[in-house]
Design a protein around this ligand. Structure first.
Ligand SMILES: *Cc1c(COP(=O)(O)O)cnc(C)c1O
Length: 715
């Protein structure tokens, strides 16, 4: 009795009619940002729910037929089920656009998406941003589809050896328990698409993920039709082999475009997140020329006018550049089809600063899209400077690159209990007004005690989570006790806690706080007012410097001088991030200015009342208002000066404020800071505010222009 959408062949166990909708809910990530959805699955069996890694498909598969039948006879469960299913249906069937105006359909392309840990197709910040964009587009009812990659062995699980050296273990995605569905062709087989006009031919299978009302299509080259080398095109994120990387980007951009065309998905606006999928622009031109008979120049002008390019890099060196020979190897026939010669074709990717270097994907995006944005105000200034020569302008400030500062999807990143508190304090329906700073002023009505108790609950939960992980390693792998200590068994929820969790890479300076170990030792071991620090984060497998920094941190955590108050939590990912951003007291960020394009983890912390402490880089110059956190260090970063400034901030401001209790035994000064962080960051750095800006700056103006063009041609 298979009773889920026939377009899928994921084997969810047969469910009785009374609870048939459970399969539908399990196959839509909507539940991941709805407390009721999460509770529904938890209620089935809290223990199995935890064991499944919060994966409803794995959970349902672990139940026996009898247990499933029993579920349909349990009245408390059925009541909850009916309620959640009705809300889900209502959400899915709501066709209103939650905005004053409606844009034309948008196709969003990105190389990675961070949606939930049951779909490990992300590596870091870029992926979470893309995931939050799809979720918010769904909530707002925007007509959007996503295109990305399925990485069968994409996720690198971090395993740290006893010497503190990071060893990666590739994790294979378990396709039969992930909330992904095969997209089928008319014969009922999985849709397989040939990447057009690329020689030698490459084929890609198509999957989809339901992200609320938005569909994300994923390409997968790991199929029999391809030879072994081609099968691996999509296996790893950002493969360091440049030839293979070029093939990845061809499949993502050109193959992805083709998939939407074959599925008959209509859209007018193309949004490229970073340079990786930019080849979609060429395919758009080709399609207009060959399929619609548009003259080449008109096609180029049309593509430019209707495409958006978002850049996330603050350094020219961080962009993908492919040698002209390598490009010619794949695109030899392609530019002829476009009606271009080689020079014109390559010219779209030539960086005027390094004209012989090759085809630069960011330069290409900037040249082929008339709508361009950086991801924070500061990053806009940097971007205008570094790409000045791509544009014929008088000075950097004239460079036509706008900015939309990133934001985070509140329903995903806010704790559930905090969300319930907000329902009571801000009033039902607040999510639809979340971008309005005024509604957040109502937070003043929230009792200090309530906020503090809630925060303490999250802190205890985080500490328990970390200890439980170590307990398992201790029990299963028999790790050295010193390692167990370094991984956090001695953490204490009553102690002021700083969290630092992000990619372990040199420019983020994860070890800045370890600059002067003697000074740090005094701060950490202050008898009455101690401090503990929790680190987490992965180094890129090829980043030796990052691995060395991580090792230094891990060794410091083992140092008895710090008495177990420094911990390194293994395998930072979406699940660990959620515990940490809610559970620590201070979220530390130490990037070398101006290397952080935006940063979003500090936003996730602030909306939960965890106080951000950062150098003035990325989003923080826009976010910091003098009373919602701390800013330290100079405009031009020096490790020496910045470390000293950080210690001063901790010693003179953070520690005293945290431990200063009022008559009710609560740190009221600290709680004021928490409230101010939530009030100022939630409305302004939410994905809702971000998407409203994408609407106002790009989606709506493009839609209007398209409308006008149509009117003109028909009159
Ligand atoms: C939010 C997030 C990031 C990005 O955070 P940054 O502040 O940009 O470093 C990376 N990894 C995970 C798991 C996240 O949740």
């Amino acid at each position: 009795m298979p009773n889920i959408d026939p377009s899928t062949n994921i084997a969810i166990p047969a469910l009785p009619d009374e609870i048939a909708g459970l399969g539908e809910i399990a196959l839509n990530l909507w539940w991941t940002w709805n407390p009721h959805g999460k509770n529904l699955f938890k209620q089935i069996n809290p223990y199995l729910w935890k064991e499944s890694g919060h994966n409803p498909i794995a959970l349902l598969k672990s139940l026996s037929e009898g247990e499933i039948r029993e579920l349909a006879r349990t009245e408390t469960f059925m009541r909850e089920y009916r309620y959640v299913y009705a809300r889900f249906k209502e959400y899915m069937q709501d066709s209103t656009v939650h905005h004053e105006e409606e844009p034309l359909p948008i196709a969003y392309f990105c190389a990675e998406y961070g949606l939930h840990h049951s779909v490990p197709i992300y590596s870091g910040g870029l992926g979470f941003l893309a995931g939050d964009i799809l979720k918010e587009a769904s909530d707002m009812g925007l007509p959007m589809v996503g295109v990305g990659f399925m990485y069968p062995e994409g996720y690198v699980r971090q395993v740290i050896g006893s010497d503190g050296w990071q060893n990666g273990a590739n994790e294979t995605i378990e396709k039969d328990v992930a909330p992904i569905e095969r997209v089928l062709d008319k014969d009922g087989n999985q849709l397989i698409v040939q990447v057009p006009f690329i020689d030698p031919p490459v084929f890609t299978a198509v999957w989809k993920i339901n992200v609320g009302r938005v569909t994300l299509y994923l390409l997968d080259t790991d199929i029999d039709r391809n030879d072994p080398w081609d099968r691996q095109i999509s296996s790893h994120l950002y493969t360091p082999d440049m030839n293979q990387r070029l093939r990845q980007e061809i499949v993502l951009g050109i193959g992805g475009y083709r998939v939407l065309e074959l599925l008959g998905i209509e859209y007018s606006i193309l949004h490229l997140n970073e340079g990786h999928p930019a080849f979609a622009l060429f395919e758009r031109v080709r399609s207009a020329v060959e399929n619609e008979g548009m003259p080449l120049e008109e096609a180029i002008a049309h593509v430019k006018a209707t495409s958006i390019f978002t850049t996330h890099t603050p350094l020219q060196a961080a962009t993908d550049v492919y040698g002209f020979d390598m490009m010619s190897h794949y695109f030899g026939d392609y530019w002829k089809r476009l009606g271009m010669d080689k020079e014109r074709f390559m010219g779209f990717g030539v960086n005027p600063d390094k004209p012989t270097e090759g085809f630069n994907m960011t330069v290409f995006g900037l040249k082929m899209c008339n709508h361009r944005n950086a991801v924070s105000r500061k990053h806009r200034d940097v971007t205008q400077k570094i790409w000045k020569n791509v544009f014929d302008t008088d000075g950097p400030s004239q460079v036509p690159i706008d900015y939309v500062t990133n934001g985070v999807h509140l329903p995903t990143w806010l704790g559930d209990e905090l969300t319930s508190e907000l329902d009571r304090t801000l009033g039902e329906g607040w999510l639809d007004l979340q971008h309005d700073p005024d509604i957040w002023l109502r937070l003043d009505e929230l009792e200090d005690r309530t906020i503090w108790d809630l925060h303490y609950t999250y802190k205890v939960r985080m500490v328990n989570f970390i200890r439980e992980r170590v307990r398992r390693k201790w029990a299963d792998e028999g790790i050295d006790p010193v390692i167990a200590m370094a991984e956090g068994v001695m953490l204490d929820p009553d102690v002021l806690t700083i969290g630092f969790a992000r990619r372990m890479t040199a420019y983020k300076r994860p070890d800045l706080i370890l600059h002067d170990l003697e000074r740090l030792e005094k701060i950490v071991n202050n008898f009455a007012h101690p401090l503990q620090i929790i680190f987490a984060g992965k180094a890129h497998p090829a980043d030796m410097e990052g691995k060395k920094i991580l090792q230094r941190i891990f060794k410091t955590a083992q140092d008895p001088r710090f008495r177990g108050r420094i911990a390194f939590v293994e395998d930072y990912g979406e699940a660990v991030a959620k515990y940490l951003v809610r559970g620590v007291d201070v979220w530390l960020n130490t990037p070398l200015i101006p290397m952080e394009a935006c940063g979003t983890s500090g936003m996730k912390a602030s909306i939960n009342g965890t106080i951000h402490c950062s150098t003035l880089d990325g989003w923080w110059p826009e976010g910091y208002n003098g009373k919602n956190g701390w800013a330290f260090g100079g405009d031009i970063s020096s490790d020496e000066a910045d470390a000293a400034a950080l210690y001063e901030t901790i010693e003179n401001r953070i520690v005293p404020l945290f431990y200063e209790l009022d008559d009710h035994n609560t740190p009221s000064g600290w709680i004021e800071l928490m409230k101010e962080a939530m009030k100022s960051v939630s409305p302004n750095f939410s994905a809702r505010r971000m998407m409203r800006e994408y609407m106002e700056k790009f989606y709506l103006p493009i839609s209007k222009e398209c409308g006008q063009t149509k009117e003109k041609s028909s009159s």
